[in-house]
Design a protein around this ligand. Structure first.
Ligand SMILES: Nc1ncnc2c1ncn2[C@@H]1O[C@H](COP(=O)(O)OP(=O)(O)OP(=O)(O)O)[C@@H](O)[C@H]1O
Length: 328
């Protein structure tokens, strides 16, 4: 278990982590999300005793990381950019780690097999691809068979097979009753892997909730309509107060409503409907809806789903959304 209590980290006058409190529980995969610069890595580093909090505490298994005996047996960690280890061969690197934590040598062969690096065990990580380095980092994290895993962007650099492998690995580890905290920017992947989410923005806690609740709370349901009379349908839906957009295939999408309501509007207007279906909200939409205002660096290219997902706020008129999407 990880417990963060009122954790704060300042760099000069910049607050990287701001009064953050949450608990990561065993038996499930907890996704740790936030826009770039939100403070995820800083938080994970403090949990691992790699950075001193300005105030507050970070406890693993009830105590500060620095007080853990043979920490690799208690916590396995993969931090961004920390997987590669310069001049030692992959196997020697793991043997060295194992020795310092009284882990039997046989475990090194085991974890190299688990991550699929047996063939290159005697090679220098310098020549490894990004994905191989990630696998080596994951091997190191698994070395002590720890009950707690903390993985910062573990799918970074992995190919589709590798992504599937790490997804199943994390799920299996959680199913064994371990605590798994994982950060990722790949929302579709996170949606398939995490049971629970902790979301931060500008160092502050924004959500600490089961995955399904998060998507339901922070996104709006949409209804897709296929009709031979799209202009009349659009007009009827707009008159009913709905925001309507047109998909690339010419279907209409009504925002923030239910199938039954759209069906009634069509029926009252006497419009033929060929398809009426609910479009499930995605984690990505929910994430952008919640964290939009916490983004530090934003590009200027149009992001259609974000425009659709952002709820009309006080400074955001539905008309703006239509204009951005090019529908008038
Ligand atoms: N050593 C440091 N010195 C000064 N500022 C830092 C330092 N480390 C992090 N920061 C700042 O703290 C904030 C949080 O950074 P952090 O790397 O923890 O965010 P993150 O959520 O992991 O971001 P990303 O998703 O981009 O990896 C950022 O504004 C970053 O610039």
């Amino acid at each position: 278990m990880i417990e963060l209590r009122e954790l704060t980290k300042r760099y000069g006058d910049r607050i990287a982590v701001d009064d953050l409190s949450f608990t990561v529980s065993p038996g499930r995969v907890t996704g740790f999300l936030g826009p770039n610069g939100a403070g995820k890595t800083t938080t994970m580093r403090m949990a691992l005793g790699l950075g001193r909090p300005t105030s507050g505490t970070a406890l693993v298994h009830g105590r500060p990381y620095a007080q853990l005996r043979e920490p690799l047996r208690q916590v396995g960690a993969l931090l961004e950019g920390s997987a590669a280890h310069g001049r030692r061969r992959a196997r020697s690197h793991l043997l060295w780690l194992a020795r310092s934590n009284r882990i039997p040598r046989t475990r090194v062969r085991e974890v190299l097999g688990m991550v699929g690096l047996e063939d290159v065990a005697r090679k220098m990580p310098q020549g490894f691809s990004l994905g191989m380095n990630q696998r080596l980092g994951i091997a190191a994290a698994l070395l002590g068979d720890p009950p707690l895993l903390l993985l910062d962007e573990p799918v970074n650099g992995l190919d589709p097979e590798g992504i599937l492998w790490i997804r199943n690995l994390m799920k299996d580890l959680a199913a064994e009753g371990r605590t798994v905290l994982v950060s990722s920017h790949l929302m579709s992947e996170m949606a398939l892997t995490a049971d629970h989410l902790v979301v931060i923005g500008k160092g502050r806690l924004l959500a600490d909730t089961p995955m399904n609740d998060f998507i339901a709370q922070h996104s709006r349901s949409r209804v897709r309509v296929r009709t031979p009379e799209p202009d009349r349908m659009r007009e009827a839906l707009t008159r009913a107060g709905l925001r309507v957009s047109t998909g690339e295939d010419g279907t209409l999408e009504a925002d923030g409503t239910e199938v039954s309501f759209v069906g009634e509007v069509a029926s009252r207007a006497g419009i033929t409907v060929h398809e009426l279906s609910r479009r499930a909200a995605s984690l990505e939409e929910a994430f952008m809806g919640l964290t939009g205002e916490y983004v530090d660096h934003r590009g200027t290219a149009r992001v259609p789903d974000q425009a659709e997902a952002a709820p009309p706020g006080p400074d955001r008129d539905p008309a703006d959304v239509r204009t951005e999407r090019g529908d008038r």
